[in-house]
Design a protein around this ligand. Structure first.
Ligand SMILES: Cc1cc2nc3c(=O)[nH]c(=O)nc-3n(C[C@H](O)[C@H](O)[C@H](O)COP(=O)(O)O)c2cc1C
Length: 168
């Protein structure tokens, strides 16, 4: 059990990445683990856009107005939730969490990038979702930067333990 839990402990947000692209097999692992997530009434109400083309990543980064919002990660997975789903945001967040943990098991790092919400849900860019193949009726909930870590992260010392009430 300890061995099985260890990779969950090792997940950290990575903010420096190697230039090397992830493999198709690693991407497939992440996608497969996303499909394994729990979802309300098994609606699987998520949709993901995987972006690796450097010019598209640069264009999206430019739309955030931030300098290097994806920390130069070679892959960005933008996550969308069906607006009419029972619990689309929760379903999609669970799928993203599965991908984050699968990435650790595959020797990769991830970081949740919030700013993609403001880009993909921005009414000033009405064609963006369609251009990326997103079906109608989906809203962006965020994205994941993915790549080989170029930094070591220590185990955190700031985890809250006052967030449990035991009635046992
Ligand atoms: C909903 C959400 C949004 C986040 N947005 C960002 C972000 O935009 N940029 C970033 O660098 N990290 C972002 N993070 C990562 C958090 O800062 C990180 O998870 C937290 O500091 C704990 O660190 P750890 O992931 O290494 O345990 C986000 C995390 C979550 C869950």
């Amino acid at each position: 059990m300890e061995l099985e839990l260890e990779f969950l402990r090792r997940r950290r947000s990575i903010r420096r990445y190697a230039e090397r692209q992830i493999s198709d097999e690693q991407l497939h692992d992440l996608e497969e683990m996303a499909t394994q997530a729990a979802s309300a009434m098994n609606e699987q109400s998520w949709f993901f856009v995987v972006i690796q083309k450097p010019d598209v990543l640069a264009e999206l980064a430019g739309l955030t107005g931030m300098d290097d919002p994806f920390y130069s990660a070679p892959t960005l997975i933008v996550a969308f939730a069906a607006e009419d789903a029972i619990a689309g945001t929760i379903d999609t967040a669970f799928a993203m969490s599965n991908m984050m943990n699968a990435a650790v098991a595959d020797g990769l790092g991830t970081c949740f990038i919030y700013s993609m919400r403001d880009v993909f849900n921005n009414p000033n860019y009405p064609e963006l979702k369609r251009a990326c193949g997103v079906p109608e009726g989906y809203e962006c909930i965020g994205s994941l930067a993915v790549g080989y870590p170029a930094e070591e992260r220590e185990a955190p010392t700031d985890r809250r333990w006052d967030v449990f009430s035991h009635i046992i």
